[in-house]
Design a protein around this ligand. Structure first.
Ligand code: SF4
Length: 317
């Protein structure tokens, strides 16, 4: 069978479900390729199946006709709908993979540049927090559970990119952290590690991993008293510098501009790199204050040289 793939979000970041679908179909002897309707200048004959995957709700859908006997759409981008101004996650539309496909070794050849010597995957799914601005709980369940060992998606690559939503909330955190330590790979923990449940024991183990980057989050202003002491001792235990310790700062949700600035300055003073996330960014204007704030903080060079937001704002007129 001829199988086509469409990464609706574009090809900047490897799409794990598509890499797994590709691996599975190739195993069945199918011919898998990116769906390019006018490949070699000729219209493609109809394909047996085309998978369209979309992670982000704000990405516009693929605008062209898809010439295939069967078209299967999946991903959070298709499952999130806005009803009465509120985002709803429609379970079933996220295109859950079968157990066999979910646990197959991904076909990294689809994204040769981004996956060069780099493995991508999840060790856990789910999160007990249920933050209203996040779909993880609704999509994956309100419990962090182990879903894989690293050998499922890693075969000795030098780098691992881990996409787990809340790794250290999983009861198997110790086993999973040891797997990462033993891999000796450089690990980018690219979603948030929940600093609110950090312990000295967890920090000591994380320190043993060859961490390239670790991300935390200070989303709720009121978590200040829980988060700050933990960030302090995490830094003391690991001795790491700000270049690999990033803290997401959610804005445009339920905080004031003053609270946003306070979180940014506090994190910088603590030796972390804040990284501004904008809730519902697609409905903000490029001239909005929060967008200016994001440009200032997330551009490391500017943030290191322009100390205060007011100064940056003045320069930008
Ligand atoms: S802690 Fe993070 S992953 Fe969990 S629900 Fe909140 S934002 Fe989502």
């Amino acid at each position: 069978m001829e199988v086509g793939l469409i990464d609706v979000d574009g090809h900047r970041y490897p799409n794990l479900p598509l890499m797994k679908l590709s691996a599975w179909h190739k195993k069945q002897g199918d011919n898998v390729e990116w769906y390019i309707p006018t490949k070699h200048g000729f219209p493609l004959p109809p394909m047996g199946k085309v998978y369209m995957s979309k992670v982000f709700s704000f990405t516009p859908d693929y605008p062209y006709y898809v010439n295939a006997k069967e078209v299967i759409k999946g991903g959070s981008g298709y499952a999130i709908k806005t009803v009465d101004g509120e985002e709803i996650f429609e379970k079933g539309k996220d295109g859950q993979l079968t157990h066999e496909i979910e646990h197959i070794y991904p076909d990294y050849s689809l994204y040769p540049e981004q996956t060069k010597d780099t493995a991508f995957g999840f060790l856990t799914r789910g999160c007990p927090r249920g933050c209203k601005f996040c779909h993880v709980g609704c999509k994956e369940g309100k419990k962090s559970r182990k879903v894989a060992n690293i050998s499922e998606f890693w075969k000795g690559q030098k780098n691992i990119v881990l996409c787990d939503p809340n790794l250290i909330a999983c009861p198997d955190w110790k086993d999973l952290l040891w797997q990462l330590i033993d891999s000796k790979a450089k690990v980018d923990i690219n979603q948030g590690i929940d600093i609110r449940i950090m312990t000295e024991e967890k920090a000591e183990l994380i320190k043993k991993i060859r961490v390239k980057a670790i991300h935390f989050a200070w989303d709720r202003y009121e978590d200040r008293e829980i988060i700050l002491p933990k960030l302090k001792y995490f830094k003391e235990i690991t001795g790491w510098g700000r270049e690999k310790m990033i803290v997401f700062v959610l804005t445009n949700y339920d905080t004031t501009h003053e609270q946003d600035l306070e979180r940014i300055y506090t994190l910088r003073d603590l030796g972390y790199n804040p990284y501004v996330m904008i809730y519902d960014k697609e409905h903000t204007k490029s001239t909005d204050k929060v967008r200016l704030l994001q440009r200032w903080v997330n551009n490391r060079r500017i943030f290191a040289t322009v100390e205060r937001f007011e100064e940056y704002s003045r320069k930008k007129g």
